[in-house]
Design a protein around this ligand. Structure first.
Ligand code: ZN
Length: 88
């Protein structure tokens, strides 16, 4: 019996492990507006979130066009309310 080369897909095949690798991909946290309309580019563009300043009750973010850097909007997150989850 010759044993020159090992057979592929033998014992311990890693493909068999389709277990709980990604429990829930829904925990994106701070993902917000994916695209906004940019008047300079003339189309909807992906935006970058830039932290402008930290307020006592939250944080002020600015949305910037990833192409030309124009400010397309802003948002305020209330950090203290993020922790609190109310189930009604
Ligand atoms: Zn732009």
């Amino acid at each position: 019996m010759e044993r020159g080369s090992r057979p592929p897909a033998g014992v311990g095949n890693p493909l068999n492990r389709s277990g709980p690798l990604d429990p829930s991909k829904e925990q994106y946290g701070e993902f917000t507006a994916a695209e906004l309309f940019c008047p300079r580019c003339g189309t909807a563009v992906p935006v970058r979130e830039k932290l402008l300043l930290i307020l006592p009750d939250g944080e002020l973010y600015e949305y910037l066009c990833v192409h030309c850097g124009a400010s397309l909007g802003d948002k305020t997150t209330k950090g203290k309310e993020n922790i609190r989850i109310v189930i009604s």
